[in-house]
Ligand binder design. Structure first.
Ligand code: TYM
Length: 332
């Protein structure tokens, strides 16, 4: 790779649990496609996860587990920079500077803030409100041009762009203005139990979520129990949200087109379709689970990855921060 002209990609996941098939299809599967073309930076955004109370011991385990999950999904540690956000202090430094250039009105419009404050009424902390600023800092710090995410992150990305443009207008060109990179299909995988809601790591109804580390048996059961309708017709439309969601999962994992899938199941019912889908999902997840178990047995390797990642990320981050501090008028 020609290091000088290589463009940068950045994305992150909160280490709040086991990755879902939604995270995989909406984000991580697409990260892998970019690793040969771009410089790819993937922090595990531990600081973002603290807007919700975490048990300290369990949280450490979750963070290490997330790194192993990244690698088990096939991210190559030699081609991607993998690290913990909290290990590169420039993230929080830049977040403060950007917060002085972000308006309360902008933050109050964020859907995720509204949803999370509704869900955690007893803990509507300031971090929950300023969360998108830290996310903007993650992205701008590395001069990322593209941010591969699912649909739910588009609004945060718009804000990051607005902040970057505002900053550049005031102080001169400092940041690359990032573009969201959202897949055409699979950008919003829905809950298997409530197909009008997004599939989420923290859903209390675990039957709605396929976790990447679920056993074959559990995956099979969850797919068989997935909510559908009484039409018994495999068709991709908004009146059959359950089936539409299952077809999206099918399509993104097999790369078959919607038309091909519809044709294949013209004379077959939901039972046959669900059986085949379960098989496809299980075949995709089994190697991830096996690789994960291997990696978790090799903690020294994981430590070497995140240390090396933080060192590389820190250098890039510091280069940006030198420019930011200077442009903003802070004495060296
Ligand atoms: P998080 O941890 O909620 O989700 C990680 C990634 O998975 C995508 N995703 C989905 N895609 C399709 N269907 C779903 N049901 C689904 N659920 C989640 C998300 O869009 C995301 O791409 N705020 C971010 C983390 C973050 C970040 C960043 C992302 C912090 N800093 C900088 C990009 C760049 C979040 O909570 O992701």
């Amino acid at each position: 790779m020609d290091e000088i002209n290589v463009k940068t990609i950045l994305s992150g996941v909160q280490p709040t649990g086991i990755l879902t098939i939604g995270n995989y299809i909406g984000a991580i599967q697409n990260w892998k496609l970019l690793e040969n073309e771009y410089k790819c930076i993937y922090p595990i955004v531990d600081l973002h996860s603290l807007t919700v109370r975490q048990d300290p011991k369990q949280f450490k385990d979750l963070c290490i587990s997330m790194l192993a999950q990244y690698l088990a999904c096939g991210l190559d540690a030699k081609k991607n920079i993998l690290f913990f956000q909290s290990h590169v202090r420039q993230h929080t430094e830049l977040a403060w500077l950007l917060s002085c250039h972000t308006y309360l009105g902008e933050l109050s419009r964020m859907t995720q803030f509204k949803e999370k404050s509704e869900k955690h009424r007893d803990n509507i902390n300031a971090g929950l409100f300023t969360y998108p600023i830290l996310q903007a800092a993650d992205i701008l710090l590395y001069q990322a041009c593209k941010v591969p995410v699912g649909e739910d992150q588009k609004q945060h990305l718009e804000l990051a762009r607005d902040i970057a443009i505002r900053f550049n207008n005031i102080y001169g060109k400092t940041f690359v203005v990032p573009e969201p990179h959202v897949p055409q299909m699979g950008a919003r995988i829905m809950s298997l139990q409530e197909p009008s809601n997004k599939m989420s790591k923290s859903d209390t109804n675990i039957n709605g979520t396929i976790f990447l580390l679920d056993s074959d048996k559990v995956t099979l059961k969850k797919i068989k129990r997935a909510v559908t309708d009484n039409k018994n017709r495999i068709s991709y439309n908004d009146n059959q949200l359950g089936i539409k969601n299952l077809m999206t999962i099918y399509m993104t994992l097999t790369k078959e087109s919607i038309r091909e899938i519809e044709e294949k199941y013209t004379d077959k019912g939901y039972g046959a379709f669900k059986n085949d889908l379960a098989e496809i999902v299980v075949e995709n997840l089994r190697p991830v689970r096996e690789k994960y178990a291997e990696l978790m047995d090799n903690k020294d390797y994981l430590v070497s990855i995140y240390k090396d990642g933080a060192e590389k990320a820190g250098e890039i981050a510091e280069n940006t921060m030198k420019k930011v501090r200077d442009n903003i008028g802070l004495i060296k």
